[in-house]
Design a binder for this molecule. Structure first.
Ligand code: PTJ
Length: 261
């Protein structure tokens, strides 16, 4: 892809497409990854390709619940690793928690490619300047301490059958709070049934996942994960959360999109 000028109004979206196309060629993504992304893009277009106030509130609530959890984990699939893997590592470093590669269309080849990609990303993040409030060698130490789980599928998500139930016993199985961007409805339901806090990122406010989660961030995953890192540094506390209100707000914004013409 040629150079996209900074002035191009849809530059981030075009860059995301280029990243996904490259990742697909490298074998990191599910065959249906582009279909999922295209559906997300359509919703994002209606949202004006920006983080709404209600999505930002959901990001703060998710940060608060992850900080309050005893064993939080960030679950990563193919699309999320490619679009927001580095921010997921940054968030995990701030939280002192693992990330877990947990994919819907599971093959051992994709698992090992995604784990290698995240390992390289972790190295890169460790040599970045520390965020505010982190000093000296604290940041690289915290980043390098982020475990990348998923290779040993020695745990189970009770209530699911077959490869989709596989997870790490020290990650999703043991977790009391799971951040799962772009999750499938059945798995979201199973995690909720296990009594875990389920925090999701999904541009479709009507998806089963969006409607079932404890907190739904209706925002594009790379924007949301960047803002989540900032929110974690603010150290917020959990509140009474009305998730249906955030879904209704996203739908209202989409319904009002015609006013932008
Ligand atoms: O890597 P795998 O094997 O785990 O597979 C990942 C995909 C995403 C292919 C798989 O989980 C899948 O098929 O997902 P679905 O059921 O199509 O759901 C994807 C949801 O994520 C849809 O509701 C989309 O609107 C939403 N979505 C897609 N791209 C983004 C997004 N939400 C936020 N940010 C995005 N970039």
């Amino acid at each position: 892809m040629g150079e996209i000028p900074d002035s191009h109004p849809r530059k981030p979206s075009l860059l995301a497409r280029a990243r996904l196309t490259e990742a697909a060629a490298e074998g990191l993504l599910a065959e249906s990854a582009m279909i999922a992304h295209g559906r997300g893009e359509a919703f994002d277009y209606l949202l004006g390709e920006m983080t709404s106030d209600s999505a930002l509130a959901a990001i703060h609530e998710s940060a608060a619940r992850l900080l309050a959890a005893e064993r939080p984990v960030i679950s990563l699939n193919g699309n999320t690793t490619v679009l927001a893997g580095k921010d997921a590592i940054r968030a995990a470093a701030i939280l002192g928690c693992p990330v877990e590669v947990n994919i819907y269309y599971r093959t051992s080849e994709r698992m090992s490619k995604l784990i290698s990609t995240l390992t390289e990303m972790r190295d890169e993040v460790s040599s970045e300047p520390a965020p505010d409030a982190w000093t000296g060698s604290q940041w690289p130490d915290a980043v390098m301490a982020v475990e990348i789980l998923g290779a040993d599928a020695d745990g189970r998500i009770a209530g699911l059958e077959g490869p989709r139930s596989q997870c790490s016993s020290r990650g999703i199985e043991a977790a009391d709070a799971v951040l799962v961007p772009l999750e499938d409805g059945d798995r979201c339901e199973a995690l909720i049934a296990l009594g875990k806090q389920v925090l999701v990122v999904d541009l479709n406010p009507l998806s089963r996942t969006a409607r079932m989660a404890n907190v739904t961030i209706v925002d594009e995953v790379s924007r949301a994960m960047k803002k989540l890192c900032k929110a974690l540094l603010d150290n917020p506390s959990p509140t009474q959360w009305d998730n249906d209100a955030t879904l209704r707000d996203a739908l209202d914004i989409m319904a009002e999109a015609s006013n932008r013409i």
